[in-house]
Ligand binder design. Structure first.
Ligand code: NDP
Length: 327
């Protein structure tokens, strides 16, 4: 067994938290030979519920769970952590404008960014799941001036996984037959699920499905899958979001498969003409714990328009929260 690593999870008593913690503790994220110490953050009123979750975690007697810290103090939550999954966020209430939502989340993610800056390991890996995830990640990053900005990422992996599953179903293939799917941009309805480079058992996906299905079925189904699940289940997706968070962190820590890539929301370096600095979904490969944007993909006019639209939305979101950035 390796030395344990510390993994912070915020919103730990929430729905996604409940689906996430047991899998991290069981070794699904970092492997069966990597013990973890969980650092669980909640708001004060949720601490009793969190205590129940901690009892259940203990009752599982996981071989890879070497300790649990449960707290409502950000400074304790992020102390010496190697990984931070920021799940807790302010949900959109009835009649709430996007601007109000961004503002409410600024109050959560600015102090968390500062606490990560002050207390986490210098090579901490941060994944923001709480919505609006890309811009929440930017707020946290901009309040952590001592850390490499590339340590802050946002989750577009659920959209990526949904795209794989839709395409596998349509073509009668297995999920593992699908490679090179990309989710460009924001984890919002402007996201662009792109299958121009995707292969199914090595064959170009767009030679197996027609353009009408791609434009009128596939793209909207992936974009609106979250709403469809709320309608069907009466609650938002939680287990699939947790599973995607595990996939994101596992690939970032342990690498991506040869001949394939994954989608991660990462700080744009201007690649593919995207505004530098915004947290944008890109195709990436990971080796030795470091992600790189897949370069040189051909972008046609159809893709360009969609990639620019989601970039525009992210620039607007950034403009709405710039006042929350540390000077
Ligand atoms: P969930 O656990 O269901 O969701 C948490 C966040 O994840 C939401 O912002 C949600 O966005 C987002 N999310 C991202 N992808 C998905 C997806 N595919 N499906 C569903 N959600 C997704 O929320 P709960 O209300 O059950 O739990 C939140 C917990 O966070 C509460 O226990 C609360 O006390 C806590 N919290 C903790 C904070 C802290 O630790 N400082 C701060 C704020 C809250 P969306 O709203 O768009 O569904």
């Amino acid at each position: 067994m390796k030395a344990p690593v510390r993994v912070a999870v915020t919103g730990a008593a929430g729905q996604i938290g409940y689906a996430l913690l047991f899998r991290i503790a069981a070794g699904d994220m970092l492997g069966p030979d990597q013990p973890v110490i969980l650092h669980l953050l909640e708001i004060t009123p949720a601490l009793p519920a969190l205590n129940g979750v901690v009892m259940e975690l203990n009752d599982c007697a996981f071989p890879t769970l070497h300790g649990v810290v449960a707290t409502d103090d950000v400074n304790v939550a992020f102390k010496d952590v190697d990984f931070a999954l920021l799940v807790g966020a302010r949900p959109r209430g009835p009649g709430m404008e996007r601007k109000d939502l961004l503002e409410a989340n600024g109050a959560i993610f600015a102090p968390q960014g500062k606490a990560i800056n002050d207390h986490a390991k210098r090579d901490v890996r941060v994944l923001v799941v709480g919505n609006p995830a890309n811009t929440n990640a930017l707020i946290a990053q901009q309040n952590a001036p001592d850390l490499d900005p590339r340590r802050f990422t946002a989750m577009v992996r659920l959209d990526h996984n949904r795209a794989i599953s839709q395409l596998a179903e349509k073509t009668g293939a297995l999920n593992t037959d699908i490679a090179k799917v990309t989710i460009w941009g924001n984890h919002s309805s402007t996201q662009y699920p792109d299958i121009h480079q995707t292969t199914v058992k090595g064959k170009p996906a767009l030679s197996l499905v027609d353009q009408t299905w791609y434009e009128n079925d596939f793209i909207p189904v992936v974009q609106q899958r979250g709403a469809a699940i709320i309608k069907a289940r009466g609650a938002s997706s939680a287990a699939s979001a947790a599973s995607a968070a595990i996939d994101h962190m596992r690939n970032w820590a342990l690498g991506t498969a040869a001949g394939d890539w994954v989608s991660m929301g990462i700080p744009s370096d201007g690649s593919y003409g995207i505004e530098p600095g915004v947290i944008y979904g890109y195709p990436v490969t990971v080796s030795n714990g470091s992600y790189e944007i897949v370069q040189g993909l051909e972008i046609n006019a159809f893709s360009r328009a969609r990639m620019d639209a989601t970039d525009r939305e992210l620039r607007e979101e950034r403009a709405a929260v710039e006042h929350l950035f540390a000077k």
